[in-house]
Design a binder for this molecule. Structure first.
Ligand code: MRU
Length: 343
């Protein structure tokens, strides 16, 4: 399987190198982000996307902030505080972004207090976040593969693959490891309106890995289940509350409802960096609302009248009681979920 590196340091170690996901599947274009504004914009416009990957990008962006301060002759700690706020606010729902930039900011505060080398400390911290994510993806894959029988037809939503992480993905990691183990797995990928992460990204990376994949419009998933063509669902997560409620790409909740109705197991896969024990339940999760043009003229084609009102939440919340298991790098969790107590 050829490995996709959605995010890493550039060769000179002074930029964040990303695969620009806005261009897929048409073109495989890599970009080097050299300013805090470029990092922020890449996160906000989904050039880099997926909860773990935006956390990694945010952490690396903090190192870019130090370089920027040096270049412009400004105080590194004050510039870092500004960069921390700017990057943290780029997308609100995935907890990984806030978790990663807060972790780097804490290290910066410690290094500044002890007079240590700020850049080296932050660079090591950001690199550690990337490497830890890679290792967590592998472990999620190993735990998740145990849930996938030979010959399974699996449905997934959005993209929770290598493109969304520093490693082999979360939901797709389970599929990759099952295939490595010699199991035959076929994937149904919801296209994932309105930005089509399923058809543009999941289908692209699975096809590249040689795994059979069929794209369907989101609203066809329930019919597929009724026809008994789906054995299980696996999706990723952007934030998991203490009680196991899961925020993930909008459309996950209806998929889980359809799965419950048809008796199809519904699994969520995520690293422990996506757990948010401080948020007690899903109704407290801030759901990002995105611009109307994603719906009225997505991909520059008019698909609704210009002036029509649009409801465009980027995520929804799947209640814990619709989830058969949450697969993390630390193992499988089943209801009742109490993440504060278990992690
Ligand atoms: O808006 P996106 O494309 O960043 O949304 C991504 C998702 O919802 C993924 O399912 C989630 O981040 C898990 S990624 C391993």
């Amino acid at each position: 399987m050829s490995v996709i590196e959605a995010i890493r340091w550039s060769e000179d170690g002074r930029a964040v190198r990303i695969l620009d996901q806005r261009r897929l599947p048409g073109a495989e274009v890599y970009r080097e982000l050299r300013t805090v504004a470029e990092v922020r914009d890449a996160i906000a416009t989904l050039a880099v996307r997926g909860a773990p990957a935006i956390g990694i990008a945010g952490a690396m962006g903090m190192v870019i902030a130090i370089d920027e301060a040096m270049r412009d002759g400004i105080d590194p700690m004050s510039h870092l505080r500004v960069a921390h706020e700017i990057i943290r606010a780029a997308r609100p729902t995935a907890v990984n972004l806030a978790w990663a930039v807060d972790r780097v900011m804490d290290i910066a505060t410690g290094a500044a207090a002890t007079g240590g080398d700020l850049r080296s400390a932050l660079c090591a911290a950001a690199t550690r976040i990337l490497e830890e994510d890679r290792a967590m993806c592998r472990r999620i894959g190993e735990h998740g593969a145990a849930l996938i029988p030979d010959g399974a037809n699996v449905i997934t939503h959005c993209n929770a693959g290598a493109l969304a992480t520093g490693g082999i993905g979360t939901a797709l990691a389970a599929i990759y490891v099952a295939v490595e183990q010699g199991k035959r797995v076929s994937v149904f990928a919801d296209e994932t309106r309105p930005l089509l992460q399923g058809s543009r990204l999941t289908a692209w990376e699975l096809e590249r890995a040689g795994i059979p994949v069929t794209v369907l419009v989101d609203s066809a998933a329930a019919s597929l289940m009724r026809e008994r063509k789906i054995d299980l669902c696996i999706v990723g997560a952007d934030r998991i509350a203490e009680n196991g409620d899961v925020a993930n790409k909008v459309g996950t909740f209806p998929l889980a409802l359809a799965a419950k109705h048809h008796g199809v197991p519904f699994y969520v896969a995520a690293p422990t960096s996506t757990l948010d024990p401080a948020t007690k339940s899903g109704e407290r999760i801030h759901i990002e609302q995105r611009g109307k043009t994603e719906v009225t003229s997505g991909f520059e084609t008019p698909t609704a009248p210009d002036r029509v009102a649009v409801y465009n939440p980027a995520f929804d919340v799947t209640p814990a009681d619709l989830i058969d298991a949450i697969i993390t790098d630390q193992g499988l969790y089943r209801a009742p979920y109490h993440f504060a107590a278990t992690t």
